[in-house]
Design a protein around this ligand. Sequence first.
Ligand code: P6P
Length: 338
Amino acid sequence: MENNKATLGEFIIENQKHYKSTTGEFSRLLSSIKLAAKIVNHEVNKAGLVDIMGAAGATNIQGEDQQKLDVYANDVFMKTLINREIVCGVASEEEDDFVTICGKDGSNQNKYVVLIDPLDGSSNIDVNVSVGTIFSIYKRVTPIGAPVELKDFLQPGNQQVAAGYVVYGTSTMLVYTSGYGVNGFTLNPALGTFYLSHPEFRFPENGKIYSINEGNYVHFPQGVKDYLKYCQEEKEDRPYTSRYIGSLVSDFHRNMIKGGIYIYPTSFIGPKGKLRLLYECNPMAFLAEQANGTASDGYGRILDIEPTELHQRVPFFCGSKNMVAKAEEFMAKYPEDA
Ligand code: P6P
């Protein structure tokens, strides 16, 4: 019965002592993300019944076909965060540039910016496989009230004040960290309430699942090819199990519960990999480290990368510490691939 579990709203209030915000602004921000997640969830859950699936005809800055739910999810988060003046700016995978309401009049005194992938894994929508929203929250570095600038968004991941995801799967969960561990909340759709179902997520120390699109094998760096051979050989606790959903949030979520590594490396197709640093890798890396896991670009800590562009891509190795460490060992044998 949920009645003995805290709701997300109660949890946010109980943990206000952790948030450096004394005005309740941070709590309002988390509550707004909760609201947007419920609205998007409602549409995702009925996508098969109404004509909201399929490409919206437009393409985003990544050159990817925008699925109608992509566009819808982006609109919902923009309306919830910008129109209601909860934050001073938002950068989104679906927007070429950041969006802000901090005009020159200095009226907007908000101090947070949000970076978001409104609907990650959207190519799975039409085949009824789970998708997710990923968010990353920073304090602005420019003066409060002044116009927001790109440098408010180009901060290293180690400056995040919070990060999380919503996974729209067999059940809808909101999972987030504000630097004090990772907690998961499951939505009761009948009540429209998220309940604390997974307190204190922790990656199992020794994972045995690897998640990678082996269709790109011939294009992988040699270090990744060697690591995959290591995972597949019959020795010690191996062969490991291969599981790949094609939805970062879902693969990450499973690996955090069962132990495992997710890899999206560089390849001939994507010389910097495919995943975006600011609104995919950094938030997932913050969650991973807060859940006793780790996240690397194959050579160094994801959270220490100094961003240069809003939509820049980086290679991504994330999950159980033992597996990421072993993958980095193989990558280190080929420094020319760095
Ligand atoms: P591929 C979805 O587009 C995404 O960004 C991640 O959610 C997912 O893990 C990856 O790309 C899938 O990419 O090239 O294997 O189809």
